[in-house]
Design a binder for this molecule. Structure first.
Ligand SMILES: Nc1ncnc2c1ncn2[C@@H]1O[C@H](COP(=O)(O)OP(=O)(O)OP(=O)(O)O)[C@@H](O)[C@H]1O
Length: 267
């Protein structure tokens, strides 16, 4: 039987803070390979947490399990006050609408404008043609989409076709689209991959700004050591199917982290 998730309270200064995420005994197997071998951790709200580990250590699997894009084999997940594993399909959809996901590949519609793509983000909250077509979107949705584009520094490219803007700008449009969901929690799976160093840095800065200025919580996978050190408050390291590292970023030692990136602990 699964252990109940009792969100342990974390002390932040003198205030008791409810975790935004509590994971207990999380396991995931593919065929006979157990990739996640019983993970336990909690995250406090309003923090940026970096998830690191060697190729194949299970980072993406963990992220996907948190929103049940991959079904956990066993274990408990409490996120944003929801018992995620027990959610039925309709409630699962509602829950997912509160979680913004940023992928390495952003799946924008290339021939549509940046603004139209951002408007599509409202589908998490609204269905039908009004969520699909810029011309049918209510004025308040269009205004909110413009505000999201402005938040990512692209208000002046609203009418540009997505296939005419740079890779970094496309990633920003994807982040603006995700903001249309009004998420409370962001999961980001290598948002800085396939971008040049400067652009990757700008995207990471943007995500950290959402934590610092907008109070969102972020769990971000990055293969770049310098980004992990610069853009997180806490670092979780996966190795051999377990959480093998958990420390505040200010205490991190670059050489010790390097081993996680290079070879340590594929599952
Ligand atoms: N749907 C699946 N079916 C079978 N095996 C899978 C599936 N998804 C992932 N795996 C395997 O699980 C292991 C962990 O994969 P995962 O993508 O989670 O690792 P990762 O740490 O994110 O790797 P990377 O850093 O290379 O992206 C890998 O061996 C992978 O091949």
């Amino acid at each position: 039987m699964n252990a109940p998730v009792v969100p342990s309270r974390a002390l932040a200064g003198s205030t008791l803070v409810e975790p935004v995420l509590a994971v207990a005994g999380l396991r995931k197997s593919f065929s006979d390979r157990e990739i996640l071998q019983g993970l336990d951790f909690t995250l406090s709200p309003g923090q940026s947490t970096a998830l690191i580990g060697a190729n194949g250590s299970g980072k993406s699997t963990l992220l996907r399990c948190l929103v049940r894009l991959v079904e956990p084999t066993s274990g408990r997940i409490a996120m944003l006050g929801q018992d995620v594993v027990s959610l039925r399909p309709r409630d699962l959809r509602r829950f997912r609408a509160q979680v913004g996901i940023v992928w390495q590949r952003h799946n924008l519609v290339p021939r549509l404008s940046a603004l139209s793509n951002v408007i599509h983000g409202v589908q998490a909250r609204m269905s039908g043609p009004r969520a699909w077509f810029q011309s049918l979107a209510p004025a308040e949705v269009r205004a909110e989409a413009m505000a999201c584009l402005d938040r990512v520094g692209l208000a002046d490219r609203a009418s540009a076709r997505v296939d005419s803007i740079s890779g970094g700008q496309q990633q920003r449009v994807a982040i603006a689209r995700m903001l249309m969901q009004r998420p409370a929690f962001i999961l980001a799976d290598e948002p800085d991959a396939s971008l040049d160093p400067q652009t990757g840095q700008e995207v990471m800065e943007l995500l950290l700004g959402l934590v610092r200025q907008d109070g969102l919580s972020l769990l971000v996978i990055s293969h770049r050591l310098e980004h992990t050190l610069a853009y997180s408050d806490r670092i979780l390291g996966l190795a051999n199917g377990r959480i093998a590292l958990d420390l505040p970023t200010v205490q991190a030692n670059a050489a010790a982290l390097r081993r996680f990136f290079d070879h340590e602990g594929a599952a």
